[in-house]
Design a protein around this ligand. Sequence first.
Ligand SMILES: Nc1nc2c(c(=O)[nH]1)N[C@H]1C(S)=C(S)[C@@H](COP(=O)(O)OP(=O)(O)OC[C@H]3O[C@@H](n4cnc5c(N)ncnc54)[C@H](O)[C@@H]3O)O[C@H]1N2
Ligand code: MOO
Length: 405
Amino acid sequence: MSDREVRSLDDALAFIASYIEAAIPPMRVSVSAAYDHLLAEDIVASVSLPRFDNAAMDGFAIRTDDVRPDGAACLKISQTITAGQEALSTLRAGEAARITTGAPVPPGADRVVVQEAARLDGDQVHLRAPAGGKLHIRKKGEDVAQGTVVMVAGTRIGPGQIALLSSLGLRSVLVVARPKVALLSTGDELVDNPGLLEPGKIFDTNRPMLIRMLQAAGAAVTDLGIARDDPELILERLVAAAADHDLLISTGGASAGFADHLTRIIVRRGYLEFWKLDMRPGKPVGFGDIDDCPILLLPGNPLAAAASFALLGRAIIARLGGKGSNERHAWHLPVTSGIAKPPGRTQVLLGRLRQGLLGRATAVEPLPDQGSARLRYLAVADVMIVLHSEQTEILEGDVVEVLPF
Ligand SMILES: Nc1nc2c(c(=O)[nH]1)N[C@H]1C(S)=C(S)[C@@H](COP(=O)(O)OP(=O)(O)OC[C@H]3O[C@@H](n4cnc5c(N)ncnc54)[C@H](O)[C@@H]3O)O[C@H]1N2
Ligand code: MOO
């Protein structure tokens, strides 16, 4: 496809979907190392949970047949079973087994009576087990039946998923490998370390922000630091990183100025597949490859970098992880005030969520002062509002697409 054909955001996403054909291969990791990864396989329970009938309370395992009609029973304590032991002998008529929570219920027993309802008397126990009372037995497979699909591919592994995987006794799981992304800031004006700034310099804003956005998107980030506006130096850094990364991302130098080198650099070692989209901010965004490694050129203005990363960078990373690049993780919410927008381009605005009951977002407030170089509202925003190319006048209460920041 030539760069002429890719003009809209949708064209760009379709291009990315066809360009990145193969996902990076999934990897097998231990259950604990799978934390925060996406599962790359369905998990089928190879065992039942609970694995065996066990006591839900500390007390006595009994046979209901031994309970008198008035709910009382006097039984001989024939065995003691604690959690971790095996229940070997069958409970016979007239017997009770002293048992702890989690211990296997002996064959023959069909009920556990809590110790608060029992009184010991030598090797006898007097207890009350009225009809209709709780059985206090956790039955084998009542939680998870063997053969059930308990997690599907694509699930993000959090603490709860780790709990279930561990309970099933899995040693390892197949997860989507984190795409390795190298990030480079470009610009003579940029300085990294807080301290005194020489006249004309500014602190790098984009890289610290993008590192976190990349990590949140599931990437393993290599920080390539800042490169001066020197084409040879920028090319050298990108070529070196292309060898062992799945994606390169640059910020700055993406537009048309005499010191904007990125588009010219790329064509020396690869292709510029598309450049400049009908989108604001983020218009000068570009995509291509260097030594067969895809590269995303983000514009230098911070909001432009954030918006184009949210729309295109996340799509590339999702694609590398095996997803369709058009499946954006977005919400839809009504806006609290109207927005005027020219047709024919995608527009991204910063927004703040309005929370309703239980912190649920009920609406989104478009924030003012949306110049793409302005920083103040970046710290107030929690989302980006994406207005599509065909949308024009958005009225208060109209539902819009909202992306997490
Ligand atoms: N003649 C034209 N000028 C510009 C155009 C255009 O089409 N024609 N497009 C404008 C738009 S839209 C954007 S967005 C910017 C994008 O420019 P570049 O990607 O070439 O970025 P730079 O020129 O290097 O920087 C732009 C701006 O952003 C600041 N910057 C850059 N990197 C960082 C960083 N890591 N942290 C903080 N700030 C950064 C830089 O100092 C500039 O102020 O171009 C417009 N111009
Ligand atoms: O696209 Mo630029 O991103 O307007 O600021």
